[in-house]
Design a protein around this ligand. Structure first.
Ligand code: ADP
Ligand code: MG
Length: 626
C-alpha cells in the first residue's frame, strides 16, 4: 500500500463546498454534465498526446461509462482519458483551477444572483458533485507509464485523503459518488441518467454509455449540411457549448472551400458573457477541430478580439492533426480562416441590421461595447462604420439608436460635417452650454456616452465625405439656423464694444493663469459663459480620460468664452463702464468661472462658490427691502 496523506482544502474551496453542500438548488443533475465534460476533456487530452507523438496510443477505446448501484446508493463515471498523477490530483482537485470559482463563491454568498444562474453560467466543475453526494472517491491512473494509480476521497468537508494504490488500474479516471440518501432513487436510475446525458451532453465527441447502452448520438453538427439541421438542434448545440439557455441572436453555419477549407458553426449570443463584470477573457474564443478532433478549446486567434462575443466551433481539414498548440498562434492557415470568418460575421451583422432592426439593436446593446473596439481594424473599416449606432439630439429618447447613414441622410443646408459630443447622460448633454448653438440652429449632434466612442470617432476621422467633428470645436457659421435672431438684443455700440474688450481683459487679469484667454463667442445663447479647450487641443472629455489615466488631478487651464448678448454680460458692461474697480465684477467673474468648472466636472472645492452665491443672494434680496 502506498503512503496515505490527509490535506486541508484551500479556503476558497471550503467556501464553495459549503454553498454547494447546503444548496437547495433543485437542478442538481448538472453535476453529471460537469463530470462528463471533465471526462471528455481528459479524452481529448489523451488523443491529442497520442497524435502529437508524445505518447504511443494503445487499443483501449476512448469512451465514457456511467453506471449505478441502487443497493449501495452509488453512481460511477469512468473515462479512459489521460488520468492524473498524484501531483496533478493535488493540484487540480485540491486548489482552484477555474479562474471564475473564487468570484462565483463571492457572488453566490452575496446572494444577489441565484445559485441557479451562477452554476448554469460558470459551470462549477468537479465540486458540483457535492450537491448530490455525501462522499466521493476518485481513482485515477495517468497515461504517463511511470505514474502509480492514485485514490482521492473526501466528504467535501474540510479535507481530503490521497493514497497511492498497489493494484493495477486501467488508464483514466473513475469517480464514484455515494449519493445523498434522498437522491438515490432519482440518480440510481438508468432511464433518468440517459435523459440527463441526452439533455446536457449529447454533443460530446466520445461515446457515452449508461449501463452499457450508447446514449449520445449527435454527430459533429457543424459538418452536417445546413438544410439537414433542425432549429432545435442548433439551439441544443448552442446550450451545450455555452451553458446558456437563452436563444442566440444569430448563427453562422458555413462550409468554405477557398481560399482555405473549413467548416464553422458560430453563434452570436443574446447575452453578454461578462454579465457578472468579471472582466474575464477566459470564455472568449472558438473551439478548433481538425477533422473532427478537438485541437484547442477557446482558441483566441480564429477571430479578432472585438468579435469575441461569438461562440462556436471551427473545423478544418487543412491543418495536420499533430500540430502543436504553440505553433497555432502564428499559423498562416489560422490567419486565413480568421480573415474569412471575420467577413462572415460582418455579413451576418449587416443582414441582421437590415432585416431585423430590433434584433440588431439588442446586439448593439449587449455586445456594442466590445464590438466598438473594431475601430482599430482598418481592413474592415468601411463595413464597421455602417454598423455603428448612436443616440443623438434628434432622437426621441435615450433608447433610440441611429446609424451614421441616418445622420448623413438629414444634414442641414450647408452642413458638411457630422458633429458629436461626449457626456455622461442624455440629460447632461441636452443641457450642455456647448451645444446651445446646435439646439438653436436645429443641427443634430451624436451623443456619446462611453469614453471609447470618442476614440472611435477620433480614429475614424470621417464618414464618407463628411468629417467627424467634436461639437465643441465646431464652427456653425456656414449653417443656416431655423429660429435664429429671434430674441437677439440690440447690437453693441462701438463704445460698448470697447468697454467689453476692456472688461474681458480685466477678467483675464482677475482669473490669472486659471484661464488661457477670455473672449466672446457666438455659440452661446442661454448661458452667459462656458469653458472651451484652447484651439486645436483635444476635446475636454478626451482630455479628462487622458488625465484620469495619468492620475493628473490638476485643473486644466481653458479658454473662458463669454456670451456678449447675455443680459448678465450687458449689465457687467454697464457696471464696468461706471467703475472699473467695482467688486461685483470680480465676484461675477469668479462665479462664472467656477460655475463653468462645475459643469465640466472639474470643481473640486465648492466652498468658495457656495459662499459667493449666498452673498449674492443676500445682496439681491436686499433689493426688495422697502
Ligand atoms: P475545469 O474543468 O473547469 O478545469 P473542474 O473542477 O471541472 O474544472 O476540474 C478541475 C481539473 O481537474 C480539470 O481541469 C482537470 O485537470 C482535472 N480533472 C477533473 N476530472 C478529470 C478527469 N476525469 N480526468 C482527468 N483530469 C480531470
Ligand atoms: Mg470541468
Amino acid at each position: 500500500m502506498g503512503k496515505k496523506s490527509t490535506h486541508k482544502f484551500k479556503a476558497e474551496i471550503n467556501q464553495l463546498l459549503e454553498i454547494l453542500v447546503h444548496s437547495l438548488y433543485t437542478n442538481k443533475e448538472i453535476f453529471l454534465r460537469e463530470l462528463v465534460s471533465n471526462a471528455s476533456d481528459a479524452l481529448d487530452k489523451y488523443r491529442f498526446k497520442t497524435q502529437t507523438g508524445d505518447m504511443e496510443a494503445d487499443d483501449t477505446p476512448l469512451e465514457i461509462r456511467i453506471s449505478h448501484d441502487k443497493e449501495a446508493g452509488t453512481l460511477t463515471v469512468t473515462d479512459t482519458g489521460v488520468g492524473m498523477t498524484r501531483e496533478e490530483v493535488r493540484e487540480n482537485i485540491g486548489t482552484i483551477a477555474h479562474s471564475g470559482t473564487a468570484q462565483l463563491t463571492k457572488l453566490a454568498s452575496e446572494g444577489k444572483e441565484s445559485l441557479d444562474t451562477l452554476i448554469g453560467r460558470f459551470g462549477v466543475g468537479f465540486y458540483s458533485v457535492y450537491m448530490v453526494a455525501d462522499e466521493v472517491t476518485l481513482v485515477t491512473r495517468s497515461a504517463d507509464p511511470e505514474a502509480a494509480p492514485v485514490e482521492w476521497t473526501s466528504d467535501g468537508r474540510n479535507d481530503y485523503k490521497i493514497r497511492e494504490l498497489d493494484e493495477d488500474v486501467a488508464r483514466g479516471t473513475n469517480i464514484t459518488l455515494k449519493l445523498k440518501e434522498d437522491l438515490v432513487s432519482q440518480f440510481a436510475n438508468t432511464e433518468h441518467l440517459k435523459h440527463v446525458v441526452k439533455k446536457h451532453s449529447n454533443f460530446v465527441n466520445f461515446p457515452i454509455f449508461v449501463e452499457d447502452e450508447r446514449v449520445n448520438t449527435v454527430p459533429a453538427l457543424w459538418r452536417e449540411p445546413k438544410f439537414q439541421v433542425k432549429p432545435e438542434q442548433y439551439k441544443e448545440f448552442y446550450t451545450f457549448l455555452t451553458n446558456d439557455d437563452t436563444d442566440p441572436l444569430d448563427k453562422i453555419h458555413v462550409s468554405v472551400d477557398a481560399p482555405v477549407q473549413y467548416n464553422a458553426l458560430v453563434f452570436i449570443p443574446a447575452i453578454d458573457d461578462d454579465m457578472f463584470g468579471l472582466g474575464t477573457q477566459d470564455n472568449r474564443g472558438l473551439d478548433l477541430y481538425v477533422r473532427r478532433v478537438l485541437i484547442q478549446h477557446k482558441n483566441k486567434d480564429l477571430l479578432p478580439e472585438y468579435l469575441g462575443f461569438c461562440k462556436g466551433v471551427v473545423d478544418t481539414e487543412d491543418l495536420p492533426l499533430n500540430i502543436s498548440r504553440e505553433t497555432l498562434q502564428d499559423n498562416v492557415l489560422i490567419r486565413k480562416i480568421s480573415s474569412n470568418l471575420t467577413k462572415q460575421v460582418y455579413s451576418a451583422l449587416e443582414k441582421m441590421a437590415e432585416n431585423d432592426k430590433e434584433k440588431y439593436e439588442t446586439f448593439w446593446r449587449v455586445h456594442g461595447k466590445l464590438f466598438r473596439a473594431g475601430y482599430m481594424d482598418f481592413i474592415h473599416k468601411d463595413r464597421f462604420v455602417e454598423l455603428l449606432r448612436f443616440n443623438s439630439s434628434a432622437c426621441e429618447n435615450a433608447d433610440e439608436l441611429i446609424s451614421l447613414a441616418d445622420y448623413a441622410g438629414r444634414l442641414k443646408e450647408g452642413q458638411k460635417e457630422i458633429f458629436y459630443a461626449y457626456g455622461p447622460s442624455r440629460e447632461a448633454l441636452s443641457l450642455s452650454p456647448h451645444l446651445e448653438i446646435f439646439r438653436k440652429k436645429g443641427v443634430e449632434v451624436l451623443y456619446l456616452y462611453e469614453p471609447i466612442d470618442e476614440f472611435v470617432m477620433d480614429a475614424l476621422q470621417q464618414y464618407g465625405d463628411y468629417q467627424l467633428v467634436p461639437a465643441e470645436h465646431a464652427d456653425l457659421s456656414g449653417i443656416e439656423g431655423e429660429q435664429e435672431v429671434e430674441d437677439k438684443p440690440e447690437e453693441l455700440s462701438e463704445p460698448e464694444q470697447s468697454t467689453l474688450d476692456g472688461l474681458l481683459g480685466h477678467i483675464k487679469t482677475l482669473l490669472g493663469d486659471a484661464v488661457t484667454d477670455v473672449r466672446t463667442t457666438d455659440r452661446l445663447s442661454d448661458s452667459p459663459a462656458c469653458l472651451a479647450n484652447p484651439d486645436g487641443a483635444m476635446t475636454s472629455s478626451m482630455d479628462k480620460v487622458m488625465r484620469h489615466i495619468q492620475k493628473d488631478t490638476s485643473i486644466p487651464a481653458k479658454v473662458m468664452e463669454i456670451n456678449p448678448d447675455h443680459p448678465l454680460t450687458r449689465n457687467l458692461i454697464r457696471i464696468y463702464e461706471a467703475d472699473a474697480q467695482d467688486p461685483f465684477v470680480e465676484q461675477a467673474a469668479r462665479q462664472l468661472y467656477e460655475s463653468a468648472l462645475l459643469l465640466e466636472g472639474y470643481l473640486q472645492d465648492p466652498h468658495a462658490l457656495v459662499g459667493r452665491i449666498q452673498s449674492l443672494l443676500t445682496q439681491a434680496s436686499g433689493w426688495y427691502k422697502k
